[in-house]
Every structure is written in C-alpha cells, then in structure tokens.
Design a protein around this ligand. Structure first.
Ligand code: NAD
Length: 493
C-alpha cells in the first residue's frame, strides 16, 4: 500500500468551520481504521450538534454575499479549486487509496472523475440558465430565474470519497449556496484535504464547512438544524428514509441518492465473453461497494450452465489486494464485513449454493484487513433476503430465466431501481429492456455503472426520491426557481 507523506495525512483530522481548522467542541476524536490492515490510520473530530451549530452560523453569515456574487465569478473560483485538485491529484489519490484500501490506480481514476465533475460545474457559472417564455396576457413578459436555496447540508458515503464530495460541493457552490459537508466517517482525510485545497484556492471562509463525525451524531444534527435549507444525501436507503422524515417535517428540500440491487441480464444471443467480463467488473470492482454494482445476474436457461462455469472460473482467479495489479481491495470496515458475511451465511442456510468465495480471506497477506473473496451464489429465491437487500460487497447471485419476458420480470422484481444492464445482440430486446426496466440508468452490452458528470443519475423506487444529480439536473436540486412577470404599458413608452 502507498502511504502518503505526513503533510497530506495528519494524524488528527479537524473540522473546517469558517475557514479554520477546529477540533470538535466536545474535544472528542474517533479512530479511523485502515481497511487494508485493521490498524488505526488517524483520528478524526467526533462532532455533534454544537459543531453543526457553529458551521451553520459561519455558513449563514457569508451565504448572502456569495449569492450576490455573479455566477460567472463563482464559477471562476470553482475553476481555481479544480486546478488545485489537479495540481495535487497524486496526493489526493494517495489519501483516497490509504483510507479506502483501493489501488492507487483506481484512486487516481476516481480523482480524475472528481476533476471532470468540478470542471463541468465551474463552467455552469456561465450557463446558469433560466427560461423566458410567452404569457397569455398582452404586454406581460414571463421568465423563470434560478436563485440559491441558502445553506446546503451535504451528507456522503465513503465508497468513492473524492468523487462523492465533488459531486455535491461543486453544484451546491456554483448555485450560490454555502455548504456544510458531513464527511463520511470512513474517509475523513479525503474530505479534509478537499477543504484545504478549497481554502488555498481562495474560496471565501465559511462557504464550505466540513464536519467530521458519525452519522447519528453529526449527520443527524445537520438534518435537524433549521438553519440548513437543503439536504442532499448519498447513502443507504434506511438512513435516507429517516432523513426524508426528519427534514420533511420541517419542510427542508431533500435530494436522496440511495442504494441499488442492480440486475444484469445475459440473453442466449449475447457475446458471452464480453458479458462475463462486464459481470465481473460490475459485481466486483471497488469490492462491490458501488450503488451501481451488479448483484443480480439473470441468465437465460439455455446458456446458464456454460456461462456460470466461465464466470466461476474467472471469479476464482481475481486478485484481492491493494496493488494496481489487484482486481479489488477490502470492504471499508469490520461492521460491513460482518453484515455481508452474515447475509451470505443466512442465504446458505436457506438453501442457496455458494459457487465460489463466501468467506473472509484469512491468509497472512489478508487476515488483518477487511477482505472478502469474490463471491457468486445460486439458488437464492428471488424474494429472499440476499436477493432483495443491498450488500455493498463483492457478492452477486445468479438466477435462471426461461426467456426475455421472465428475465425482465426478475429484473423488475426488486425494491430498488437504480441501474440495469442487458447483454444481447438483438435490437428489439435491447430497446424493449431499456424502456421497460424500472431503473434510472439502462445499459446495453456493458456494465451497470454510474453516470458521467454531465448526465443525470438517480433511481426509482427505493433508490431515490426523484431528484437527479449530477448533470444540469443537479442545478434544480441546488436552486430555487422563481417566476418573474414584467408588465409594461406600451402607450406610455
Ligand atoms: P450510510 O447510509 O450508512 O451512510 C452514509 C452517510 O450518512 C455517512 O456519512 C453517515 O455518517 C451518514 N449517516 C448515517 N446515519 C445518519 C443519520 N441518522 N443522519 C444523518 N446522516 C447519517 O451508507 P454507507 O454504508 O456509508 O454507504 C453505502 C450506501 O450508499 C449504499 O446504500 C450505496 O448504494 C449508497 N450510495 C448511493 C449512491 C447513489 O448515487 N445513489 C452513490 C454511492 C453510494
């Protein structure tokens, strides 16, 4: 594992509030463990409602000035943050790799994604379009403009930490809001270093406050605080549901980007080699810790045995570790590891068959880290726990389908609806699936993946509450729309 230099990686991670590094008001810290070896990597501020209150005060003070700054200038400033990220891409990627256990190669790719996203939103400062339209009344002009919402509370997951931070901070700021980011407790340093880059790039103090801490303490306090006008949350459906209730009660705007249980259909006419490659990538990259990970592989019965054999052989050869030559690393923490293996054990007891994996890696190179072998399972009932709950780990279940119709039904038989993919050479199947599958993203002949920076991402059913981020659609999350009517009297002109 690449261990970043000290300067990049302080041993105690403070909050950023009002442009200053501050410890938690309580003085408490929590341990952040290295998922690759279980050792303490650093300690971070264990914040609570007092720290949130300080951050809200700092944010509310500067937000009106930022709102009055032309969006073009806001975008220019964000552009400087992007340049700062780019100049320190290697360093940021080292932090991401160390905190998550993913390879430096993957962390560099993810940091590149954050930079691309930042560039897109920095440029949106020059395109913060409203709309002009017609009116039914003579001499009346109608237009819709964007205005900031106010203070945006941003809560993120740890799976792709720098991308998740960028995904929310850039659109929130370009729209004229001040932001309070609750860092994921498993990736405190990534959030901290982003804050440092923003400060060094000249972002005025108080516009981006970064609070470290646990969800039940710091996160819940952010959601409750009446000084926070908008909550944008990326995380599990269970927590999203709680947030929707609490923030909804006080009429705050809430955008929820939640979990998935993403189906991948392999038809009898598919290029089976290509399909196998994409199944493995979709199920196991980032140790399956992707909202878009493929976890339900639905295979036509006529090719099931052949495809399963190929898949199992290839999965068993995947390399698990933190090097660039490895296929994936550890899961993020010990609790996740136990939850995943517990669900697999219950599935086995209920009659499912573990085709490969299904266990923690305990050889000397892996035993102290949170490593799970790539796991493929069959004979799980479609309505069983393992088929319907998101595991967020390197585990996928295989299902047989008689034909296209049954495959589509199985794909849609889920509480989630985030992404979906079909492998087929048949144009009719590809289009019919893309239209009928209940998901926010449908893919033909590749993997289940998230969206590019300029595309709207989000899901249906339990995968979200209807908002889409990023893309220009995220501007609707971070703006209020106001209609303006101007009435004139031409006879007085
Ligand atoms: P999680 O819901 O446990 O935590 C996510 C964040 O919410 C963390 O920062 C956590 O501290 C905070 N949190 C926890 N409890 C809270 C509470 N009561 N109030 C406020 N904040 C609270 O999720 P996780 O296990 O860290 O992340 C994995 C989940 O994120 C998966 O479900 C995955 O699918 C989802 N995810 C979704 C997307 C998407 O775009 N749809 C992207 C990445 C991850």
């Amino acid at each position: 594992m690449v261990r970043p230099q000290k300067r990049t990686f302080p041993t105690e991670i403070p909050n950023w509030i009002g442009g200053k590094e501050l410890p938690a008001a309580s003085g408490k810290l929590f341990d952040k463990l290295n998922p690759a070896d279980g050792e303490i990597l650093c300690r971070a501020a264990r914040s609570d409602e007092k720290d949130i209150a300080r951050a809200v005060k700092a944010a509310r003070k500067v937000q009106p000035v930022w709102a009055n700054t032309p969006a073009v200038q806001r975008g220019m400033l964000l552009h400087d943050i992007v340049l700062g990220l780019k100049a320190r891409q290697q360093e940021v990627a080292q932090v991401v790799a160390a905190e998550t256990g993913k390879s430096l190669k993957d962390a560099l790719g993810e940091t590149g994604g954050a930079i691309a996203l930042g560039l897109f939103y920095a440029s949106e400062g020059q395109r913060l379009y409203g709309r002009t339209t017609t009116s039914g009344t003579p001499n009346k002009y109608a237009m819709t403009v964007r205005q900031p919402v106010g203070v945006a509370g941003l809560i993120v997951a740890a799976n792709t930490p720098i991308a998740n931070v960028a995904w929310k901070v850039f659109p929130a700021l370009v729209c004229g809001n001040a932001a309070i980011l609750k860092a994921a407790e498993d990736t405190p340093v990534t959030a901290w270093i982003f804050g440092e880059i923003a400060r060094l790039s000249g972002l005025p103090a108080g516009l981006l406050n970064i609070i470290q801490g646990y969800g039940e303490e710091a996160g819940a306090a952010l959601v409750k605080n009446p000084g926070v006008d908008l909550i944008s949350f990326t995380g599990s459906t269970a927590v999203g549901r709680q947030i929707a209730g609490i923030a909804g009660e006080r009429m705050a705007k809430v955008s929820l980007e939640l979990g998935g249980k993403n189906p991948m259909v392999v038809c009898d006419d598919a290029d089976l080699e290509n399909a196998a490659k994409w199944v493995l990538l979709s199920a196991f990259s980032n140790a399956g810790q992707r909202c878009a990970a493929a976890s339900r592989i639905i295979i036509f019965s006529s090719v099931y045995d052949k495809f399963r054999r190929n898949l199992v052989e290839r999965a068993a050869k995947l390399k698990v570790g933190t090097a660039d030559s490895d296929d994936f690393g550890p899961v993020i923490n010990g609790e996740q590891l136990s939850n995943i293996l517990g669900t697999v054990a219950r599935a086995r007891r209920a009659g499912a068959k573990i085709l490969t994996g299904g266990k923690r890696l305990t050889d000397p190179a892996h035993r102290n880290g949170f490593y799970i072998a790539p796991t493929l399972i069959e004979n799980a009932a479609p309505d069983s726990e393992i088929s319907t709950s998101e595991l967020f780990g390197p585990v996928a279940c295989l299902y047989r389908a008689r034909d296209f119709q049954e495959a589509l039904e199985l794909a849609n038989n889920s509480p989630y609806g985030l992404t979906a993919c079909i492998h087929t050479q048949n144009f009719n199947r590809a289009l019919e699936f893309s239209h009928k599958v209940q998901a926010g993203v449908a893919v033909v002949n590749a993997g289940t993946y998230g969206s590019e920076p300029h595309m709207p991402f989000g899901g249906v059913k339990n995968s979200g509450n209807g908002w889409r981020e990023p893309g220009t659609e995220a501007l609707d999350v971070y703006s209020e729309l106001k209609d303006i009517y101007i009435n004139i009297q031409p006879e007085t002109a």
